[in-house]
Design a protein around this ligand. Structure first.
Ligand SMILES: Cc1cc2nc3c(=O)[nH]c(=O)nc-3n(C[C@H](O)[C@H](O)[C@H](O)COP(=O)(O)OP(=O)(O)OC[C@H]3O[C@@H](n4cnc5c(N)ncnc54)[C@H](O)[C@@H]3O)c2cc1C
Length: 424
């Protein structure tokens, strides 16, 4: 397959538009929502929803790129390779450049839709994903983490039992740290009917093979938001704890098969979700790091410090070397994102590259934002500017969707050919 180095036009267009949104709409509100945790940025949500609807898309899952007789490229003239995930990564990077927390407030399916996309049947995708194009902004979230199951999410205790009389699943358990859990589950007047995807076991004796995901519609009786976390960063994004007590969902809301086989099919569904979303988390980190680095360069320029590209390294000042090194780190993190999303777009197994991109970006993002605060000194530490906030926001990219350590383990297993049980 030929590799093209030219950035596809839809990507550059999206980046151009979202740069304006980031700078004009998001940045001016960043500090307010950082200081007013748990307030919901309704103006932004409604604006973004209308804009996305007008452009014909609104979910983390890429649009269907199967051949269509009406599409120019598909009739044979200059057919463009699929770019769904690459486009989403570029959009996310551009929004996170505005504010990482605001990116999480983008209406649409988020991780919930990604799980449906990865583990659902074509009928389930049709049924559960269509709502994100409706008139009202709508959210979905994914709940896998529990107090005893984070990095090792195959240890989940949430239980789903089939009630054969009613043909409903009855779910009991406690989920924590659910991004967007409140906007996805609470029935706000301004929002459409969202859902949460809850990972549970249908057979505790079967380990990973018994894990399944269930779509739980907003407002389902027995389900409660029990807490909204107070966080170090991304404070505009709600992070919920959710309890499920005898919550009933229809039989067809199970994603994938209801029969437990010896294979680890349920767990594979969770992993397939992460293969799709880890490069996107990596993209979001790159956006934050770029914001910090650009801000630093702007401040340096205001103070007469120019970066003299092209000089031998020993002739550069220490700050020039630091800036150039950060630019190299940032570019290499972005190239990993492009590779992992390009593979997803071309339906190539990308577990290795997805985790590599996440590790790389998590490292680079935390290092760059910290270095920027360090170089700016008091200006970096002051709440007058956003540099200190970007440093706080950045750390999460190294924690959720698999910590840096866990993704390093995944990389090692993939390269050395070890199973999870052999290398942990
Ligand atoms: C803001 C935020 C949003 C989140 N959003 C979601 C969400 O939407 N949905 C969801 O389901 N979860 C979500 N999470 C949960 C997140 O994915 C977990 O916190 C993360 O996977 C780590 O799990 P844990 O907290 O149980 O940490 P632990 O697994 O207890 O890990 C603690 C530390 O030990 C290290 N460690 C653990 N095992 C190993 C090992 N084998 N080798 C080396 N080091 C190891 C970890 O890297 C980490 O540094 C979110 C978390 C946060 C903070």
């Amino acid at each position: 397959m030929p590799i093209e180095f030219e950035i596809p036009k839809p990507l550059t267009q999206a980046q151009f538009m979202l740069k304006t949104v980031s700078e004009e709409m998001i940045r001016p509100k960043s500090r307010y929502f950082d200081e007013h945790e748990h307030e919901i940025p309704w103006d932004y949500i409604e604006f973004m929803h209308s804009a996305m609807r007008a452009m014909g898309g609104s979910s983390l899952a890429p649009r269907d790129e199967s051949p269509s007789p009406n599409r120019r490229g598909d009739r044979g003239e200059g057919k463009r390779p699929p770019i769904g995930y690459q486009l989403i990564a570029a959009q996310i990077e551009s929004l996170a450049y505005g504010d990482l927390g605001f990116y999480h407030c983008l209406p649409g399916g988020g991780l919930g839709a990604a799980a449906v996309y990865a583990a659902g049947t074509p009928e389930q995708k049709e049924k559960f994903l269509a709502r994100f194009m409706d008139e009202k902004p709508t959210f979905a979230a994914m709940c896998i983490t529990e107090s005893g199951a984070g990095s090792d999410n195959s240890a989940i205790c949430t239980r789903a039992v089939l009630d054969e009389k009613t043909n409903q699943w009855v779910i009991n358990g406690e989920k924590i740290f659910v991004t967007g859990g409140d906007k996805s589950f609470t029935e706000y007047e301004k929002l459409g009917k969202g859902f949460i995807v809850v990972w549970a076991t249908i057979d505790p004796t079967a380990g990973r093979a018994g894990m399944r995901a269930f779509v739980v519609e907003s407002g389902t009786p027995g389900v409660k938001i029990t807490k909204l976390e107070h966080k170090l960063g991304i404070r505009v994004s709600d992070t919920a704890a959710i309890s499920l007590v005898d919550a009933r969902v229809p039989f067809d809301n199970i994603l994938g098969s209801a029969t437990v086989e010896k294979s680890t099919s349920g767990f594979k569904g969770a992993m397939a979700t992460f293969d799709a979303t880890r490069p996107l988390v990596a993209a979001s980190g790159v956006g934050v790091a770029r914001a910090a680095l650009e801000f630093l360069k702007e401040k340096l320029a205001e103070n007469g410090v120019k970066i003299r590209y092209g000089l031998p390294r020993q002739k550069l000042s220490n700050i020039e070397r630091e800036v150039i090194d950060m630019e190299i780190m940032l570019k290499s993190a972005w190239l990993m994102v492009i590779k992992a999303t390009w593979m997803a777009d071309n339906k190539k197994p990308n577990a290795l590259e997805a985790s590599m991109s996440k590790v790389k970006s998590g490292d680079v993002t935390t290092k760059i934002t910290q270095k920027v605060v360090e170089i700016l000194g008091p200006l970096g530490y002051s709440r007058e500017f956003l540099a200190e906030k970007w440093m706080r926001d950045a750390k999460i990219t190294d924690i959720y969707e698999g910590t840096g350590q866990i993704n390093r383990l995944v990389v090692a297993r993939q390269i050395l050919g070890y199973s999870g049980a052999e290398l942990r």
